[in-house]
Design a protein around this ligand. Structure first.
Ligand SMILES: O=C(O)CCC(=O)C(=O)O
Length: 249
């Protein structure tokens, strides 16, 4: 892994892909832990920490804050390989892991992720925060690969509105110019990772295949950045109308 090249790509494009970070055996262990987490917790998670698809199977769409309930996921977010890549991307300060999310995109029911920037939820200034995706399944154009507009992180935070979509409460008000910021589908194999900036415009299509497109999303920030707490509080207040008792997202 060329860490300097990873960092250069990230700052140039607003995202960077790292292939084969985790072995297939390690990914199988993550999936086993996830299955056991679902069996233990899914029925009792608060509404902000689990979202379901609207399809007939009501399959799990996403889950938040897994690291708070399982040391396995806390260890995952502090994996030394990821931390080495994070320090290459955000040199200068320290890097802090902010939590683990599960994005299910279940077979046949996985719905569209509306186009958004994570900083509409996260409120970091400067925007030295990112999501590191770990692919558990192969992602393809047909099953809703994470799609990122190359270079869009340079636009800064754009206006968002309420999306009405569970787990992705905000989306862009206006589309951006695809001629200047072309969409890149990050088609991943299990164990691959993609790091996308909190300001990168991204989303994904529905999953119409018979296979799930499961991914873990881990957030990291540089200690050179701070949250705009007033902005974050306004966002959290807006959520209370959507998810009573909510903490985030
Ligand atoms: O599941 C998806 O494709 C969207 C994930 C996402 O929005 C994110 O990782 O920030």
């Amino acid at each position: 892994m060329d860490l300097a090249e990873l960092g250069r790509r990230y700052h140039e494009d607003g995202f960077a892909v790292a292939r084969g970070v985790f072995s297939l055996a390690e990914i199988a262990a993550v999936i086993a832990e996830l299955d056991s987490y679902i069996a233990e917790h899914a029925a009792t998670l608060p509404p902000a920490d689990i979202h379901f698809e609207a399809g007939p199977g009501k399959a799990i769409k996403s889950m938040f804050r897994l690291h708070e309930r399982r040391p396995f996921f806390d260890r995952l977010q502090n994996d030394p390989r990821i931390m080495a890549m994070m320090r290459a991307i955000f040199p200068g300060g320290d890097v802090v892991a902010d939590g683990v999310i599960y994005f299910g995109k279940p077979a046949r029911e996985g719905s569209v992720t509306p186009v958004h920037q994570d900083n509409a939820f996260q409120c970091w200034k400067p925007p030295l925060e990112l999501t590191a995706t770990i692919a558990l399944d192969e992602s393809t154009p047909e099953n809703g690969a994470l799609t990122i507009a190359r270079g869009s992180h340079r636009l800064g935070l754009l206006p968002h509105k309420l999306s009405g979509v569970a787990g992705f409460s905000r989306c862009l008000v206006e589309p951006i110019d695809p001629g200047k910021f072309p969409d890149v589908m990050t088609c991943l194999k299990p164990g691959d990772m993609v790091f996308h900036s909190v300001d990168a415009v991204h989303g994904s299509n529905a999953n119409r295949t018979d296979r799930p497109r499961r991914q873990m999303g881990v957030s990291y920030h540089s200690t050179l950045a701070a949250r705009d707490e007033a902005e974050r509080e306004r966002y959290l207040q807006s959520l209370k109308t959507i998810y009573p008792g909510s903490k985030a997202s």
